[in-house]
Design a protein around this ligand. Structure first.
Ligand code: SF4
Length: 234
């Protein structure tokens, strides 16, 4: 299949953490319409046709990894931006790899279309389910898209997790309580808190501030009690 229009921003050849419990290669797709202040992949938010990475080279690399890797994780950027994502997934599946997907939930209709091709999804929940709070982080009013994407995942019945990057500049402990209670009420089973790693432009946020969001005993107990899988990722 010709996937020449797929625009790759980078590749990680081996990862034990991007698709839980699975050894995967990670392909970072270019393009993302959001502007999260804690983004470590800002350089690939714009889709640039000139790139050092080509899809064909990545597939050649995968052919040599058959039997040594279990899966390929599509990350970004926001993989759902590119219309040809399903073609890329089919290329990878034809080699026998499982498929992981990282998404923020942009383009729920696209997510619904590709879910039958996917083995696991990590959905980022950026903020409480409140339009103003969500927009403050991602830069646009797309909360409804995120909610639709989450509903598609719940209806799908496959393996997925929700996770939140705990940036103390934008989220409070009350915000984390709000997210957790909403996800519990919606029926999410797997939820993870991720420690914020300051971006290079952030010279002020201290490790203590990052840890303070992750050390509230009553919140952690609620999360352990109410989600089948929960942990803090540092
Ligand atoms: S959704 Fe992901 S790629 Fe897009 S701005 Fe946010 S962190 Fe960066």
């Amino acid at each position: 299949m010709n996937n020449s229009q797929i625009v790759v921003g980078g590749v990680e050849k081996f990862s034990a953490v991007d698709f839980p419990g699975t050894l995967s290669a990670v392909v970072f797709m270019q393009g993302c319409p959001w502007k999260c202040p804690f983004c470590h992949n800002a350089s690939i938010r714009e889709i640039l046709k000139e790139t050092d990475f080509s899809w064909e080279k990545f597939v050649d690399f995968l052919r040599k990894r058959i039997g040594r890797l279990d899966a390929v994780t599509f990350s970004g950027g926001e993989p759902l931006v590119q219309d040809c994502l399903s073609d890329a997934i089919r290329d990878v599946k034809s080699l026998g790899f499982k498929i992981g997907l990282h998404t923020g939930g942009y383009r729920p209709e696209h997510l619904a279309k590709i879910l039958p091709l996917v083995d696991w999804v990590g959905l980022d929940i950026k903020a409480p389910f409140d339009e103003a709070k969500y927009q403050k982080i991602i830069g646009v009013n797309h909360l409804a898209k995120v909610e639709q994407s989450l509903q598609h995942l719940l209806d799908w019945g496959g393996d997925f997790e929700c996770r939140t990057t705990c940036d103390p500049r934008f989220l409070s402990v009350d915000d984390l309580w709000s997210i957790a209670q909403t996800l519990k009420q919606k029926g999410v089973k797997k939820y993870f808190l991720q420690k914020y790693r300051p971006v290079t432009s952030d010279k002020l946020t201290t490790d203590e501030a990052c840890e303070s969001l992750l050390s509230k005993v009553d919140l952690l107990q609620y999360l352990r009690d109410n989600f089948r899988d929960f942990e803090v990722r540092r």
